[in-house]
Ligand binder design. Sequence first.
Ligand code: MV4
Length: 444
Amino acid sequence: MFKKILIANRGEIAVRAIRACKELGVKSVAVYSEADKNSLHVKLADEAICIGPPEASRSYLDVPSIMSAVEISKAEALYPGYGFLAENPKFAEITSKSGVKFIGPSAETLELIGDKIKTKEIAARVGIPLVPGSSGATDLEKALEVASKIGYPVVLKASAGGGGRGIRIVMNEKELREKFPIAVQEAEIAFGDGRIFVEKFLINPKHIEFQVLADSQGNVIVLGERECSIQRRHQKLIEEAPSPSVDEKKRKEIETAVVEFCREIGYEGAGTVEFLMDEEGNFYFMEMNGRIQVEHPVTEMVTGIDIVKWQIKIAYGHKLKTVKVKKKGFAIEMRINAEDPDTFMPSPGRVEELILPGGPGIRIDTHIYQGYQVPPYYDSLLVKLIVWGETREEAIRRGLRALEELTIKGQGLKTNADFHRRVLQSREFKEGKHHIGFVEELMV
Ligand code: MV4
């Protein structure tokens, strides 16, 4: 096994990775910005190196600073986590070229899955269903032709976009003529790649994603799906596994296609294949994410498989041959954010009183503690509250019980805990019929 891994991230995911390292007998190196010197990941790691000022662009996104920390610490591998540089092909390449193992897919794979047009072509080739639309990049003339064939509304998507970036809804031909050139220009500025494709706009779909693990020998396993439909402005708020809307037949069908897709692109590591599901239960491929995701704990709770440990083991060359996926029960994750419950604006502050729930079926992933000052520079995630139940009903009741036990108080610090209570108590969520527009509907 590796002797030492540098964790190129902060917050709860850095803590999560350090825990995996400890259990594997691997030394961990934390990197931190000046704003994070009192952060939990710094306290828990075997070593910690300051990499710059608070702004992410000068610390967690600063490649030379991180590579210096790698060199100083003599780490053999680098764990990228999510966000920051996690899916940056150039960063993966620089890491590898320095003789350090990047714990994730290769730079080439990250490059490929960052190109949504190429990725969709491959998905189509292995028989994964796509939303009706253009095959490949379009100019305005082709976009008009495709849109009149499939019917409005349509979406314009930047090939280099993803996760909600570079997407635009178009209601009719007039709008398409107006918005198309703007979409191209914006994509060129944002991504240096103006290629646009067109899709039929799905009304009120569910967001369902499949977790995969793939080793360097081409063994691919699927750890089932997560439903992430409770979101606002592309920020997921609640995720669960399994989805209440997927039956065993559909699951097997999509899993088979996902395995074939991962084999086709030579995927290695942990990854997520994202779909939208329409009201008739049809699945449509969206994109693949080449990183650990925030919501990975719900999959860990229902499978008992430690995804982060497997990322590290796969990077070292371990095989997945012996892993059997057996799922049990239902898990729900609530993202407790430091934000104003009415405006959703970030609301950082000092944690003065902290009481975390416990007891059966509860998992807390967090980097906060009593006395911790939440810095204003990064995302507002405070605590991931994950609950498990033998049935979905039990998981929901346990979630409500956990929220009752949870106290996070401090000067100027507000959280969205009450939002979670309202969702878990709603008829729509209990029935599992909620779609990606539910939060907006709940707020009015
Ligand atoms: C769509 C769509 C409707 N129709 N594509 C946004 C993120 C990106 N991964 C896919 N996205 C969407 N693509 C078609 N053809 C609606 C969305 C979408 C969305 C998807 C998942 C979760 C939240 C969302 C919020 C707004 C729009």
